[in-house]
Design a protein around this ligand. Structure first.
Ligand SMILES: Nc1ncnc2c1ncn2[C@@H]1O[C@H](COP(=O)(O)OP(=O)(O)OP(=O)(O)O)[C@@H](O)[C@H]1O
Length: 237
């Protein structure tokens, strides 16, 4: 049996006294692009925050390549190989694109150094063309790309993308989609949270649906595409 890259096992997450996640199970195998779908407020971002160690689960555990990472501080989880790209694009605005990328440079947990400045510029030609521009002067879509690129510079084992298409113009959404597809085709392991199911249908290989803090469905993306009942019930199309 192949070992899962990411295994979320029965996590309960609370914000203060309110329980937000109820026994969430989620598995991502190496090389999969898993879409985590659900309505606004369903618990997608909270699941990501739990994995990244920002909202530590009260029960359950999270394993990366068989090693338990839940309970560690966020920086140690990042160092273990979880590359988390939060919803709010976080760039260093007073620094150039190139400086932002260099700041993110790190070998992977097993010494991997596939992602170098050169390779990132190859994958993100739009960033290469303006490498000396201040990050604060980029558009929202360009900042989103820079945040993804900077996270890749840390050579993560798995990339967590929280609603990368949110608030962006359709043409930029398409460019971000093309980029994620390229990463997928290179064999990257990706967990992608989205409200926009249509965006995921052309990108993801698998889908998990969360509703009211519980997992209600998991299948291949083809399975989801063919399942009108699930789409209507949980994804409001
Ligand atoms: N810091 C917080 N304190 C209390 N409740 C919160 C907090 N953050 C989120 N919630 C609540 O947790 C639930 C799940 O939110 P979450 O952000 O995980 O949903 P989501 O599926 O990512 O939706 P969105 O698309 O809006 O980001 C919502 O009911 C939300 O109101």
């Amino acid at each position: 049996m192949t070992q899962a890259m990411l295994e979320v096992k029965g996590i309960d997450v609370f914000y203060g006294a309110s329980q937000i996640l109820f026994g969430v199970d989620l598995t991502v195998e190496k090389g999969q692009t898993m879409a985590l779908l659900g309505r606004n407020g369903a618990g997608k971002s909270t699941t990501f925050k739990a994995i990244a160690g920002i909202a530590p689960p009260r029960r359950g555990e999270i394993n990366l390549a068989g090693v338990t990472v839940s309970g560690r501080k966020p920086y140690r989880i990042a160092r273990a190989g979880i590359g988390y790209v939060p919803e709010d694009r976080q760039v260093f605005p007073e620094h150039s694109i190139e400086d932002n990328l260099v700041i993110g440079t790190k070998k992977g947990p097993n010494g991997e150094d596939y992602w170098t400045l050169e390779r990132v510029y190859e994958a993100f030609p739009i960033l290469a063309g303006m490498r000396h521009r201040m990050a604060g002067r980029l558009s929202g879509g360009e900042q989103q790309m820079l945040t993804i690129a900077r996270t890749l510079m840390g050579n993560p084992e798995i990339l967590l993308l929280d609603e990368p298409s949110e608030g962006l113009a359709p043409i930029i959404v398409q460019a971000i989609g093309d980029l994620i597809r390229r990463l997928r085709d290179m064999g990257a392991t990706i967990l992608l949270a989205e409200q926009n199911m249509h965006f995921c249908l052309g990108i993801a290989t698998h889908a998990t649906v969360v509703d009211k803090g519980q997992i209600v469905y998991r299948d291949t993306i083809e399975g989801l595409r063919a399942n009108d009942a699930i789409k209507q019930r949980y994804l409001a199309i």
